[in-house]
Design a protein around this ligand. Structure first.
Ligand SMILES: [Zn+2]
Length: 70
């Protein structure tokens, strides 16, 4: 039985990992790969900031300038 590192398979799990749709075996495979893969770590970090950026945009308050003063 060979447990040679797979050259590309874990990388493609990143998207599914972010979506939380990995099975137990796949998630374990990916997390083990992630611990040793700076590329996936960087991609994961960048991807995890996207929802925050969207939230910041959504949380912008454009009404300040339009608010009436009594
Ligand atoms: Zn990777």
């Amino acid at each position: 039985m060979s447990t040679l590192s797979q050259p590309f398979f874990p990388h493609v799990l990143l998207g599914a990992y972010l979506l939380g749709v990995l099975g137990d075996d796949e998630e374990r495979t990916f997390t083990e790969h992630l611990a040793a893969c700076s590329t996936c770590q960087r991609d994961l970090d960048a991807a995890q900031h996207l929802p925050q950026l969207l939230s910041l945009t959504d949380g912008a308050n454009p009404s300040e300038d339009g608010r009436r003063q009594p």
